[in-house]
Design a protein around this ligand. Structure first.
Ligand code: GDP
Length: 197
């Protein structure tokens, strides 16, 4: 897919205030610092579209972008900030839960995982939560350029083992590096494929 246009539409905390659910929607989420903004900027080829390194104190917002006038890309607030208060974590949980349950045009969630680390409970919990909700999702391993492909293979194998403990069917997995533009064609091709189904 060629990205002809990517524009920011709006940020809000309420599903009811999101754009009309008249186009397929693809949401991106992951632990803070996983490389979500960098990946969104890499996919859209717009350096400043998603803001990098948003601080944990900031309001947690659902950010909508319109791509090629035909689908929505959504930047969801991340999880796993160490310094977030219990109240803020609960607000995040409620907002995200409501979004996943109510956003009728949500087509697929991209769960970002840092390819350098062994499976982390917070990520596995989130994946299992999505699986239990029945929300379609794929996994995106980020920052491939930071280590050898052997290390990446071992992280992916470890996630595969962990997920097999609970699920018969495994989600699709993508390997990416925002730095080296790895995985761009694969992710955009996947979105195009789903959009034309
Ligand atoms: P976010 O908090 O998930 O939006 O993460 P950011 O996109 O702000 O990235 C967090 C940090 O990781 C920043 O310092 C980025 O420059 C760095 N980063 C993100 N993606 C990559 C990547 O693919 N390769 C490398 N080497 N660094 C990355």
């Amino acid at each position: 897919m060629i990205i002809k246009e990517a524009k920011f539409l709006m940020s809000n905390t309420k599903v009811e205030l999101c754009p009309a659910p008249d186009k397929p929607e693809y949401a991106f989420i992951g632990r803070s610092n996983v490389g979500k903004s960098s990946l969104i900027n890499m996919l859209t080829e717009q350096k400043g579209l998603a803001k990098t390194s948003s601080s944990p104190g900031k309001t947690q917002l659902i950010n909508h972008f319109l791509i090629n006038d035909s689908w929505y890309l959504v930047d969801l607030p991340g999880y796993g900030y160490a310094k977030v208060s219990k109240g803020a974590r609960e607000d995040w949980r409620k907002m995200i839960n409501y979004y996943f349950q109510k956003r009728e045009n949500l087509t697929c969630v991209f769960v970002l995982i840092d390819s350098r680390h062994e499976p982390m409970k917070v990520d596995l919990d989130f994946i299992n939560y999505l699986g239990n909700l029945g929300v379609p999702f794929v996994i995106v391993f980020t920052k491939l350029d930071k280590q050898s492909s052997i290390k990446t293979d071992s992280t992916i194998a470890a996630y595969t083992r962990k997920l097999r403990e609970t699920w018969d069917e495994l989600p699709r997995m993508f390997r990416t590096s925002a730095e080296k533009k790895i995985g761009r064609e694969e992710i955009l091709g996947f979105i195009e494929e789903v959009n034309t189904q």
